[in-house]
Design a binder for this molecule. Structure first.
Ligand SMILES: Nc1nc2c(ncn2[C@@H]2O[C@H](COP(=O)(O)OP(=O)(O)OP(=O)(O)O)[C@@H](O)[C@H]2O)c(=O)[nH]1
Ligand SMILES: [Mg+2]
Length: 291
């Protein structure tokens, strides 16, 4: 019997959805950061075995949108309910079940199989998890599983339970395919992750990355990648470039290393910083940037 299906991971920003996907598919596919609202698009991560294929969907954190980008993110997250077999609602153990979480629970499709996954249990005393589990009993979750996505604690149980509930079916993707997104998108995200690592406050939210050129120069055995980091204002551009270009250099070095290990090839990375005024509020700009 072959089992196949789609599983969405949803929840508030920053609860660890992308970390969990990477843990479940055993690959670094989705970018992770300490800043909320990191994931902006649904990203499918695929894991295939002898008798199963699970397609996990990483989704943007559900939040009250402040601009058009936020609206598009939340819309994408909610739209996954329609196409999946199982929904994993993720919360973090130290916040417990918040008002926002309750609102998300109320939106869960009742005709689907819903799990509650309580993340970040490495951060708290184990006995603090019990009251959360008790409180969660009144919602109709098929399973309630405490985990640490970061420490890979309990993630194998999540996977086992998913396989239990997954319907019989046929593979949706070739067995060696890792994602529905192409290399270009994933490289773009890796660069954005490196910008998020070194910037603060409003800047992480104001950043977008666009790949202008990506060429596999077989003669030189190197990938040539030219990318733009978009910011919304001149002042942000100055910060991202940094004194004597130091910040941009660091972003470039960190990105290159990670892209090389992802593409398994040497990379020449040509990074530029450009101002794209108010792109988060402009429907045309959003479309242009792939949001
Ligand atoms: N201590 C601890 N931290 C975790 C765990 N899982 C994720 N994190 C951290 O939580 C932060 C957010 O993780 P993400 O995976 O980016 O969270 P997300 O839910 O995808 O966030 P958005 O994309 O912004 O909605 C990062 O700093 C992670 O390293 C965990 O099990 N324990
Ligand atoms: Mg994420």
């Amino acid at each position: 019997m072959f089992k196949a299906g789609k599983v969405a991971i949803i929840g508030r920003p920053n609860v660890g959805k992308s970390t969990l996907i990477n843990a479940l598919i055993k690959e670094k596919l989705c970018i992770v950061s300490q800043k909320p609202e990191t994931t902006r698009d649904n990203i499918q991560g695929i894991i295939s075995g002898k008798d199963f294929q699970v397609v996990f969907i990483d989704t943007p954190g559900m939040h009250k949108p402040k601009n058009l980008l936020g609206k598009s993110m939340v819309r994408r997250a909610s739209s996954t309910f329609l196409e999946v077999d199982i929904v994993l609602a993720l919360i973090d153990s130290y916040s417990g079940i918040t008002q926002e979480d309750k609102r998300i629970f109320s939106e869960l499709p009742s005709q689907k199989i819903n799990f509650l996954v309580i993340n970040k249990i490495d951060n708290i005393n184990k006995c603090q998890v019990l009251p959360i589990i008790e409180r969660a009993q009144k919602y109709s979750f098929k399973e309630i599983i405490p985990i640490s996505a970061k420490k890979l604690d309990g993630t194998d149980i999540v996977f086992k339970k998913i396989l239990e509930y997954l319907p019989e079916g046929f593979p949706m993707f070739p067995e060696d395919q890792l994602s529905d997104k192409n290399e270009r998108f994933l490289v773009q995200e890796l660069i954005r992750e490196k910008v998020l690592e070194v910037t603060r406050q409003e800047i992480p939210h104001s950043i977008a990355v666009g790949i202008e050129e990506m060429k596999d120069r077989k003669d030189k055995d190197i990938y040539y990648i030219r990318a733009n980091i978009y910011v919304e204002k001149d002042s942000q551009k100055a910060i991202v470039i940094g004194k004597k270009g130091r910040m941009l250099k660091k972003i470039g070095e960190n990105s290159r290393k990670e892209i090389e290990s992802f593409l398994k090839k040497k990379v020449f990375l040509d990074l530029w910083v450009k101002v794209y005024e108010n792109w988060r509020k402009d429907p045309f700009a959003l479309k242009n940037l792939g949001y």
